[in-house]
Write a protein that binds this ligand. Structure first.
Ligand SMILES: CC(C)(COP(=O)(O)OP(=O)(O)OC[C@H]1O[C@@H](n2cnc3c(N)ncnc32)[C@H](O)[C@@H]1OP(=O)(O)O)[C@@H](O)C(=O)NCCC(=O)NCCS
Length: 285
């Protein structure tokens, strides 16, 4: 005898909340709702699944969420899921590192703890190169900006840029595009208007930032600056570790920018309310 695999997992939910469950498991996690066998329908609850992943939500009178015991789901695109859940206001949280994996915890809509993991490649990541964006990149740039920022418009310091039309830097690895930076030079100042790494934690952001500094320097700029929002703690760490300094907090600037760009969410990463613009800069030698 040998147990070979897990067929499904069951989590508990309160009675009468099937639509809420579908909104979370189907709407946010992307698992498809599967019809329950007719003889089990009367018990309530609902089933979700994609491929080998089967998650059953069973109704438990007197329901109490599982705060510690949890299911761990393997994910491709962990960073994307993290952003999606955070943006939807789900409390997401990282924990101690686990060798070989990136991971985080989140609670489902009923408060049941879930873990999401992605395997990290053991082999060194392919080298990242950066080149100037050209006309064939424009459609891709526009798509990426829409996906990442809700539209191609980026508002900073009360000014709206159509970032898809700005000069851009494209990061590539293994022949594919893996990141984009856009910038705007005005006099001796260069604003880094957007920075997106499609593959997180593989050096893409660092390569783009250093290329942006080089371009700004070659254009005669004395300062490279950028705006990030008060919820973007990852970006704050990322930029400060690379020598940028916080020079201003523009209180309420995002609330004002939202009037120009309604796609800016009210709740941002980690479920933090998005209100303020943080300005960072680095002097160019
Ligand atoms: C902020 C952002 C651009 C960073 O890009 P990134 O490609 O993940 O950045 P890097 O890989 O260069 O560095 C990120 C971390 O991964 C680490 N890292 C890089 N390569 C790694 C590897 N092979 N293995 C493990 N860790 C690695 C770096 O040391 C760095 O950690 P640190 O910041 O604590 O020093 C990216 O998270 C992103 O696109 N975020 C969404 C958009 C956004 O917020 N943009 C900025 C707003 S202004």
């Amino acid at each position: 005898m040998e147990i070979t695999a897990i067929d499904h997992v069951q989590l508990a939910m309160p009675p009468g909340e099937e639509r809420k469950a579908a909104k979370f498991y189907q709407g946010l996690l992307g698992l498809r709702e599967v019809a329950k066998p007719p003889n089990l329908v009367s018990r309530g609850g609902c089933w979700f699944g994609t491929g080998a992943v089967k998650v059953h939500l069973g109704v438990e009178p007197g329901f109490r969420p599982a705060k510690k015991a949890h299911v761990a789901l393997l994910v491709q695109g962990l960073a994307e899921l993290y952003g999606k859940l955070a943006q939807a206001g789900v409390a997401v949280r990282r924990d101690e590192p686990l060798e070989g994996y990136d991971r985080f915890y989140a609670d489902d809509v009923f408060g049941n703890r879930l873990e999401f993991l992605e395997k990290v490649e053991a082999s060194p990541p392919p080298p990242v190169s950066v080149r100037a964006a050209g006309p064939p990149d424009r459609a891709w740039m526009a798509d990426l900006l829409r996906q990442s920022w809700g539209s191609t418009q980026v508002v900073s310091r009360g000014r709206a840029h159509d970032a898809s039309q700005l000069p851009g830097l494209v990061a590539e690895a293994s022949g594919g595009r893996v990141g984009l930076a856009t910038y705007c030079v005005q006099g001796d100042q260069c604003e880094l208007v957007s920075l997106d790494a499609l593959v997180p934690r593989r050096g893409v952001g660092a390569a783009l930032l250093s290329a942006a500094k080089e371009v700004a320097f070659m254009e005669g700029c004395r300062r490279l600056w950028l705006i990030t929002t008060n919820d973007n703690l990852d970006a704050l760490r990322f930029y400060q570790r690379r020598g940028l300094r916080l020079v201003a907090v523009h209180r309420g600037a995002v609330d004002r920018a939202r009037e120009m760009k309604p796609q800016i969410p009210e709740l941002g990463l980690f479920g933090i309310g998005v209100h303020d613009e943080l300005e960072l800069e680095v002097a160019l030698p």
